[in-house]
Design a protein around this ligand. Sequence first.
Ligand code: V07
Length: 265
Amino acid sequence: MLKKLKLRKTSKGTQNIEARIENIKKHELPKHIAIIMDGNGRWASKRAMPRIAGHHEGTKRVKPITRLANKLGIEVLTLYAFSTENWIRPKMEVDYLMKLPQEFFGTFLPELVEENVRVQMMGHKERLPEHTLNVVQNAIDDTRNNTGLVLNFALNYGGRDEILNAVQNILHDADSGIIDKESITEEKFTNYLMSNKYKDPDLLIRTSGEIRLSNFMLWQLAYTEFVFTDVLWPDFSEDDLLNAIEEYQRRSRRYGGLQSEGNQK
Ligand code: V07
């Protein structure tokens, strides 16, 4: 009985999704979507499961969301996978999290290559274990020539840390005469951020009901539309992504013509 219900829900959902995608494509899409994938721990504790079971489930949700973003023609999907603050978690949990890129690419990399998705990473590489860095670098290399969706993982990333680093590098370049101290504009500043190849996010989604930024892309989110949802990340479905995009489209229609704010790359 349970199985039957589940199947019915899935096939109905699929049908709806195709129709919704067609409609969504008729309107302006966010070019860059950033997601704070929160709620894995809560998802697990609700089921009396260990936190790592929630992370495992959360990793599985990244695939369908990436597929849908690619299908919609989104240019950049930035996913907050691990923050510079996450190192204080229990060692066992951190060790597990650091194996998730392996788990993810182990089954998904061939499809990403095939589907023209380009993998990128934003964050400090230094502190990451070698095995993590190796699989991420391998995925970046294998998808280097792809021209479709950029799948950008924020891994060991922190917004203040990023800004501070930009300042330090600017000071360094000013000292070496590479940049003129008097002519540092917002545009030049953004060149020193880790996201310097991408436009600012048009849409930020945070799951799990928390209404804060938690040190994510502080500079880049200045003009971004925020959509917060109570859905926990392991439950976040294609429908939920489409809901967020539809909300974005309703808002941009409402503001129509007033969209010249923010820096456009
Ligand atoms: C992680 C699953 C998603 C929810 C948020 C926390 C747990 C995918 C990756 C990943 C990262 C880099 C990469 C490929 C995949 C990942 C961590 C945690 C640390 F190149 N999910 N996921 N990395 N979670």
